[in-house]
Design a protein around this ligand. Structure first.
Ligand code: NAP
Length: 306
């Protein structure tokens, strides 16, 4: 595949940045991929496993001369990183991010981006419950959607970023930030909150039933525990920064839950059956769209951080 950028700088070296680096280097999408992480420990691991072509010891060193800079840190950390790196950005460069929330990231990062630099927020809808520099794998984005929020960025800069994500195997779409945040509140953020809650409830119960919660976890609960193992820092930042949309969807969820609760209490089997028939059809639609398989975790070790 053709080289799209000469030098790409990845800021943060966790699951998403690591997967981007492995995919870009596998397919020759950039001449050079450099990276920076805040902790010496992560930088040392990245060097040891050859995660990027070069691990930089400072943010400035990583950003200088880069044609594309991708912020791959938790949403709540993006503003400070953007402010610190701004003076070192190359004129004509593109800055992007991979944050799970778009409105708050645009508000936090946008004001720090100097004139002559394009800011094109992005969000790959791909991930696992693992995090850290050892958790990435090149196939993470294959047949997954990446959403770009181009705002008023130059069309040729948007086309290049599109080509990069396309080259990494993703399907690329564009939408505005508010729409993104609402869609993700429905499809990802609220489901994660429900999983965290369910696992918390079961953990409370476990104190009563001892190990039964784990022993009999095959039916449904195991999937909740996988989701609820996702990185606490990342998800704290998602909820704090997508507050309105998440609260809106949680409100609707609570209403539906009460309706189902009432149907159970009153023995309204027709209501339950009709509801489950509708939701089953949604699942079939997801399978038909080819979005049903969980992202494979090609055996990479998890490196949890809080
Ligand atoms: P990750 O594996 O936990 O890696 C996060 C990286 O950010 C690490 O290199 C960490 O550095 C660095 N970092 C953390 N806090 C920082 C701070 N305060 N200042 C500077 N650097 C900091 O995370 P990830 O899963 O790749 O997520 C990165 C971004 O992608 C997040 O914005 C997340 O919302 C988004 N995203 C995640 C997923 C997913 O499923 N995981 C999917 C789509 C998008 P150290 O290791 O040195 O601490």
């Amino acid at each position: 595949m053709a080289v799209i950028y000469d030098r790409v700088a990845l800021i943060g070296l966790g699951l998403i940045a690591g997967s981007m680096s492995l995919a870009m280097r596998r397919d020759g999408l950039a001449k050079e991929v450099v990276g920076f992480a805040r902790s010496a420990e992560t930088r040392a691991t990245a060097r040891e496993i050859g995660l990027v072509d070069k691990v930089c010891d400072t943010l400035a060193e990583a950003v200088e001369g880069a044609d594309l800079v991708v912020l791959a840190v938790p949403v709540g950390a993006m503003e400070a990183v953007a402010e610190e790196m701004a003076p070192f950005l190359k004129p004509g460069a593109t800055v992007s991010d991979v944050g799970s929330v778009k409105g708050a990231v645009i508000a936090a990062v946008g004001p720090h981006i100097p004139g002559g630099v394009d800011f094109i927020p992005a969000h790959p809808l791909a991930g696992t419950e693992h995090s850290g520099p050892r958790s990435g794998f090149a196939e993470l984005f294959e047949n997954r959607w990446t959403i770009l929020v181009p705002n008023d960025a130059a069309p040729d800069a948007v086309a290049k970023l599109r080509a990069l994500w396309d080259g990494m195997g993703a399907n690329v779409d564009e939408m505005d930030a508010d729409h993104h945040d609402l869609v993700l509140a429905v499809t990802s953020h609220t489901p994660h909150l429900i999983a965290y809650t369910m696992v918390g409830v079961a953990d409370d119960l476990r104190r009563v039933t001892d190990s039964e919660v784990i022993k009999y976890s095959a039916a449904g609960f195991r999937d909740f525990t996988r989701i609820a193992a996702s990185d606490p820092t990342m998800w704290r930042d998602v909820f704090l920064n997508n507050k309105d949309a998440t609260l809106e969807i949680l409100g609707r969820f609570t209403e539906e839950l009460f309706a189902l609760q009432r149907a159970i209490r009153t023995g309204d089997g027709d209501h339950l059956h009709a509801y489950f028939t509708r939701t089953r059809a949604i699942r079939r639609g997801i399978i038909e769209a080819g979005q049903d398989t969980a992202a494979p975790n090609f055996g990479r070790a998890s490196e949890k951080k809080s």
